[in-house]
Design a protein around this ligand. Structure first.
Ligand SMILES: Cc1cc2nc3c(=O)[nH]c(=O)nc-3n(C[C@H](O)[C@H](O)[C@H](O)COP(=O)(O)OP(=O)(O)OC[C@H]3O[C@@H](n4cnc5c(N)ncnc54)[C@H](O)[C@@H]3O)c2cc1C
Length: 124
């Protein structure tokens, strides 16, 4: 039995409020990430609701990923986004305020997916 099956799946609950400033549908990798960054943004004072239909997360793409963070892209913005993602995952506990309950994540960073350049001027 792996760690995922040992964890109890939380029960679905109704939203506590009637209205929210931001509603995010899907609480896996992207939904949770958007919610976390928004909640941690000092310029944001609103309320956030994350709607997730499957709290086991057993069927979503996030749990099936190969944990590979590709960093080779033809556009600089994509490279920078990916580099930050790798940095975030490598230092996940630190980003979470060094909470000892937060696990260290094991990922394959960087991921060597070979790409061929068509236009070297677009490379960073
Ligand atoms: C086999 C596999 C390997 C992969 N390997 C890599 C990799 O190595 N590197 C990489 O960068 N990417 C990889 N990917 C892609 C990556 O996993 C996805 O891009 C990423 O997980 C998408 O995250 P997400 O949060 O957008 O979607 P998901 O993880 O699919 O989550 C969507 C969530 O939304 C919920 N949802 C959907 N509709 C509703 C609704 N109407 N109401 C309420 N909830 C809803 C679902 O239940 C689910 O929890 C891989 C994908 C697969 C399938």
């Amino acid at each position: 039995m792996n760690q995922r099956t040992q964890l109890a799946t939380p029960k679905l609950t109704a939203p506590k409020q009637k209205n929210y400033d931001v509603v995010i549908v899907g609480g896996a990798m992207y939904g949770s990430s958007v919610a976390w960054f928004l909640a941690n943004n000092p310029d944001f004072n609103g309320s956030i609701l994350v709607v997730e239909r499957d709290l086991s997360y057993s069927a979503c793409s996030t749990v099936h990923t190969n944990s590979c963070i590709r960093q080779q892209f033809s556009r600089e913005i994509n490279v920078r986004v990916s580099q930050f993602g790798a940095e975030f995952v490598k230092n996940f506990r630190e980003f979470m305020g060094n909470d000892p309950r937060v696990t260290e994540l094991r990922v394959h960073v960087p991921c060597g997916q070979r790409r061929f350049r068509r236009n070297p001027k677009r490379m960073p």
